[in-house]
Design a protein around this ligand. Structure first.
Ligand code: SF4
Ligand SMILES: [Zn+2]
Length: 323
């Protein structure tokens, strides 16, 4: 039997409740875009199988999930691939139908790039999972990363625009689906302060458009362009102080799971205060209790001065425009 890339039980905050959730990362035909500067998920793919073979490999992963997890106890399912769940070349349509049958009755969040948001396809999936229990049983999650087209293009190479995102939101809504936006805090080439301003602006702008927002502080994944610069000392993941200040000042609830928090490849401070801050951020994401964040921010640490000095003194560096 094929195994997904990862699958785990957890909890998620949803409209004032904490729901038992299942996170599933399916191995698929892989991301069609395949070139974001910080991404190594795109290497996780089956190499050139036929559509039938791909479908049977994916159906086998769904069987594996159904035999190993008590789906009766799960209320929310988050489906990720190393790309787009609604790209028919990456996940054959028969597999999407089978996933709808398996997760019927759950609140489903499925990730995709905006170009694969198709009202017909989403509407069918939504009808397949809907038992009437949830007002919005399907939410489409998109890795918008930032609302700045310039930063999304130059620092990430994401390959779509804010207008493309808005058009996908309209199509998702017409299919009765909700929208979740993922934002990336501190992509390549930005100073700590530029990254902070970019996230403040992005959260403010997208809060009127998406129903849920999740902010990912950038981590350095292996075999990526970001790792190349990080190894040269030309990139530092964001300070946890920046993450805290963004979550505290956000005009709406923004969830955050600081993967790799406290490690050199993930968002980090000095090493002494990291653990408590990461825990506060995780607890906040399950409770929407900002007091938890304010407590660790006000407790401070000797490295908070360092962060403030980096914010005010770090300069962007430029390459020459001509040779
Ligand atoms: S971040 Fe998403 S869209 Fe970009 S290469 Fe990775 S999987 Fe593809
Ligand atoms: Zn510290």
């Amino acid at each position: 039997m094929e195994k997904p890339l990862a699958c785990w039980k957890g909890s998620d905050y949803y409209r004032g409740d904490v729901l038992p959730s299942l996170t599933v990362i399916l191995k698929t035909g892989g991301c069609r875009h395949n070139r974001c500067r910080m991404c190594s998920y795109r290497f996780e793919r089956y190499m050139e199988p036929t559509s039938d073979r791909l479908a049977s490999l994916l159906l086998s992963q769904l069987d594996w999930i159904s035999t190993r997890y008590p789906l009766d106890e799960i209320r929310m399912v988050k489906i990720y691939t190393s790309g787009s769940f609604f790209d028919p070349d990456e996940v054959p349509p028969g597999v999407v139908d089978a996933a709808a049958r398996l997760f019927r009755g759950k609140l489903v969040i499925a990730e995709t790039r905006p170009e694969f948001v198709d009202a017909g396809r989403l509407g069918e999936f939504r009808a397949g999972i809907d038992t009437g229990e949830w007002e919005t049983p399907l939410t489409v999650a998109m890795g918008l990363e930032t609302t700045s087209d310039f930063i999304r293009e130059k620092c990430i190479d994401k390959g779509f625009s804010w207008q493309d995102f808005l058009s996908a939101v309209r199509k998702a809504r017409s299919a009765g689906a909700g929208v979740k936006a993922y934002l990336l805090h501190k992509p390549l080439f930005l100073t700590e302060h530029e990254a902070l301003l970019d996230m403040e602006e992005s959260i403010r702008t997208v809060s009127g458009v998406a129903d849920m927002i999740s902010m990912n502080p950038c981590t350095v994944q292996r075999r990526t362009e970001l790792e190349y610069y990080w190894k040269k000392g030309a990139y530092r993941p964001p300070y946890l102080w920046s993450v805290l200040s963004l979550l505290i000042s956000a005009p709406v609830f923004v969830s955050c799971d600081p993967l790799g928090g406290g490690r050199s490849r993930g968002p980090h401070n000095c090493g002494e205060c990291d653990h408590d801050i990461v825990r506060a951020i995780r607890d906040f994401s399950l409770s929407n209790d900002r007091g938890l964040l304010v407590d660790v921010f006000e407790k401070g640490c000797r490295c908070r001065d360092e962060w403030e000095s980096v914010l005010s003194r770090e300069m962007p560096y430029c390459m020459p425009l001509t040779r």
